[in-house]
Design a protein around this ligand. Structure first.
Ligand SMILES: [Zn+2]
Length: 111
């Protein structure tokens, strides 16, 4: 069964592997796994929160992300954060509420 890669969105076989900069797991294609690629939004949020220090800058310099059909690097992560800083900060401040799902299959419920 073909699935789409969490990072590049291309369809094909995917495997689970961990992000190198955030506590998440991707279902990613073989090329993204081999390249150690990160999803741009994940890398951007990590850089917004952790960027600036020597260790973060060293990691950023080695990051590969997928943007608009190509693997790109640190300069694109920085540009993404600059373009989306206000939205990313707003998302961090958003309040999320969990609502119980219905226990019976097919029951009406809202998330
Ligand atoms: Zn991929």
């Amino acid at each position: 069964m073909a699935e789409s890669c969490d990072i590049c969105g291309r369809e094909g076989p995917v495997d689970l592997f961990s992000s190198g900069c955030a506590p998440i797991t991707y279902a990613g294609c073989p090329e993204c796994r081999v390249r150690g690629a990160e999803e741009l939004g994940v890398a951007g949020l990590w850089y917004l929160l952790e960027g600036g220090g020597a260790a973060a800058e060293a990691l950023l310099s080695r990051l590969t992300v997928w943007e608009e059909g190509a693997y790109v690097g640190a300069d694109r992560v920085r540009a993404y954060v600059e373009r989306n800083r206000d939205r990313l900060l707003a998302e961090l401040n958003a309040t999320y509420e969990l609502i119980d799902l219905p226990e019976e299959p097919g029951g009406e419920g809202k998330i």
